[in-house]
Write a protein that binds this ligand. Structure first.
Ligand SMILES: C[S@@+](CC[C@H](N)C(=O)[O-])C[C@H]1O[C@@H](n2cnc3c(N)ncnc32)[C@H](O)[C@@H]1O
Length: 133
């Protein structure tokens, strides 16, 4: 793969995305995921959850399976393609873009970052929305 093929996907280009789940196998262990999903589902309540850096759906998919409406932002088409290929992934609303500029319509009771969120993006989380940092 040339460097150009990774352009626009940040660090998580095709090369990184192709091995992400395998390399992060410990983090995909249900024993690690379950308590996080439980906590996020409790915090989201009846509202939706917006995940910054949704990636391949490690948290988003099981959270959606719990009945939480989940949306995400990610600047890696390659990572999101992996999410889309998984069962249930086609139902998750993902905005491709950078945290600093992306806008997502809708209301969310919880937004959870998996990468540091720039200060200028934190205004997307307002009102009754909890922002986990
Ligand atoms: C370490 S992965 C985590 C993926 C997933 N949330 C998980 O827990 O497995 C970080 C994700 O954040 C995305 N990301 C990092 N910086 C970003 C930015 N500035 N804007 C949008 N997405 C970003 C990457 O593309 C990647 O998919």
């Amino acid at each position: 793969m040339s460097a150009d093929e990774d352009h626009g996907d940040g660090f998580f280009g095709e090369r990184a995305a192709s091995v992400y789940d395998e390399r992060a196998a410990d983090m995909f262990d249900p024993a690690a995921v379950r308590p996080v999903v439980q906590m996020l589902a409790d915090l989201a309540g009846q509202g939706g959850a917006l995940e910054f850096g949704i990636g391949t759906g490690r948290i988003a998919l099981p959270l959606a399976e719990r009945g939480v409406r989940v949306a995400g932002i990610d600047n890696s088409e390659a990572m999101v393609a992996r999410l889309r290929a998984k069962p249930g992934g086609e139902h998750i609303d993902v905005t491709i873009g950078d945290f600093a500029r992306a806008r997502v319509d809708g209301e969310f009771s919880l937004s959870s970052p998996s990468a540091p969120i720039p200060k200028e993006s934190r205004s997307t989380s307002s009102g009754n929305c909890r922002l986990l940092v």
